[in-house]
Design a protein around this ligand. Structure first.
Ligand code: SF4
Length: 219
């Protein structure tokens, strides 16, 4: 099968299965609010944290402060209390406050809309930046996290050693119409089917298009 067609079959196949899975919380925030600031803060909270915990912490935090001005004026201790028990809540409270200050001071309280500007904020990596651009602003960008990196390598549509390389390779092979949603699709798929260890290949809807590269033990 022609490679371009195979890639479309893989992505469309995952899309068909999506209704069976919970969608990632940050996607929900993006769909409900269309607010880049909320997407940025919930993404920072979600790192190394379960989705349910991120959801509750974000809601508590946004009830108290939903703009960079309001959030930057909260004491760090208050932010810690509101976001507990997300992973690394102390570090995240400090980071979020510092980012909000920067946004107020340097960006007129507006979240930047390019990856290049976003990564200048201390604590914002490429993954968060591409998520804000794609989910927050609805602009074509591919957010590559551990799920996107692992699955696209298993599919053999990239052959890369780091998420950044994966992102650059994916821009060349994935049709642009899928760039924004690719992260949502593969996070949900990666949490439920194509898991890091022992993926559920025998009941996977896209197995006929997948060469299972690097997969050892599987179910
Ligand atoms: S066949 Fe296995 S490795 Fe391939 S996408 Fe499905 S679960 Fe992942």
């Amino acid at each position: 099968m022609e490679e371009k067609r195979r890639i479309v079959k893989l992505i469309e196949g995952v899309k068909k299965e999506l209704s069976r899975f919970n969608i990632p919380y940050v996607t929900e925030v993006s769909e409900k609010t269309r607010d880049p600031f909320r997407v940025l803060v919930s993404c920072l909270l979600s790192l190394r944290t379960k989705d349910e915990v991120t959801a509750r912490a974000s809601q508590r935090l946004f009830q108290m402060a939903d703009t960079p001005e309001k959030l930057s004026s909260l004491p760090v201790k208050t932010i810690e209390r509101l976001i507990y028990p997300v992973g690394f809540y102390r570090v995240k409270a400090k980071t979020i406050k510092a980012i909000c200050r920067e946004l107020v001071k340097r960006y007129n309280s507006r979240v930047p809309d390019t990856v290049e500007e976003l990564v200048k904020l201390k604590g914002v990596g490429r993954k968060t930046a591409t998520l804000v651009v794609s989910m927050g602003y609805g602009r074509p960008a591919i957010c590559v996290d551990t799920h996107v990196h692992r699955i696209t390598n298993r599919w053999g549509i990239v052959s890369t050693g780091s998420p950044h390389q994966t992102e650059l390779s994916l821009y060349r092979v994935v049709p642009e119409r899928y760039w924004i949603e690719l992260n949502t699709l593969l996070v949900a798929f990666g949490q439920n089917v194509c898991k890091p260890i022992s993926p559920h290949c025998s009941e996977c809807g896209v197995r006929r298009y997948c060469p299972q590269i690097g997969v050892g033990k599987k179910r």
